[in-house]
Design a protein. Structure first.
Length: 207
């Protein structure tokens, strides 16, 4: 087995481990939260991830934040491994911005909403870098033949559209927001104290 194959295997394994950690933390924390409150409906349509990770607001915040932190670090490391085994000059802006997105996500888990300013910085950079990563991947896919990565290209396009919707449309009065704030990040920042919470809160679901 060549060194390139070993690095590629490490990239896949760390990516799967990271995805498992993120989903496990989110699913367990959400399930326990729903069971505790006797919640009727889909929790993530009414609560933001930041709210669920707020210590004092949720009893299971540690599970969620731990999954976000370790899962995100694992995927960021997978991105750096993938950078070494892929081709083309567009791989650099894509993989580096993608890794930066998950480092920013790890910050939001390490510093939950209780640590307000650090959490908001992490969330802001997450939105910025994920937008850059989505745009650069679309260009990367076109360069290497998008037919080979149809599903990934679709996911990148959806992510770009969602980020655009969260950042721009509400503040052009095209889409309403649950409270009068300056940015999308401010809406999420206010999630632990927002009252009343919308029954179908699309901003929380986008996060």
């Amino acid at each position: 087995m060549t060194n390139q194959h070993k690095i590629a295997q490490l990239a896949v394994r760390f990516n799967l481990l990271g995805c498992f950690g993120l989903l496990l933390g989110l699913v367990i924390a959400s399930t326990l939260e729903i069971s505790r409150d006797g919640f009727a409906g889909f929790l993530l349509l009414q609560s933001s991830v930041s709210e669920l990770g707020h210590y004092g607001h949720s009893e299971f915040a540690l599970l969620l934040n731990g999954g976000i932190f370790f899962g995100s670090l694992s995927i960021a490391l997978a991105c750096l491994f993938a950078l070494q085994v892929t081709k083309g000059w567009l791989k650099y802006p894509f993989w580096l911005s993608f890794a930066a997105s998950f480092l920013a996500l790890a910050i939001t888990g390490l510093f939950p909403l209780n640590v307000y300013h650090l959490h908001i910085h992490g969330l802001s950079y997450l939105m910025i870098f994920s937008t850059v990563a989505s745009a650069t991947f679309i260009l990367y896919a076109i360069d290497m033949g998008w037919q080979r990565v149809k599903i990934a290209s679709l996911l990148a396009s959806i992510c770009l559209l969602l980020n655009f919707s969260a950042f721009i449309l509400p503040y052009a009065n095209v889409i309403s927001t649950p409270t009068q704030v300056t940015t999308f990040v401010d809406i999420i920042a206010a999630s632990a104290t927002l009252s009343p919470t919308p029954e179908l809160w699309w901003q929380a679901f986008i996060q």
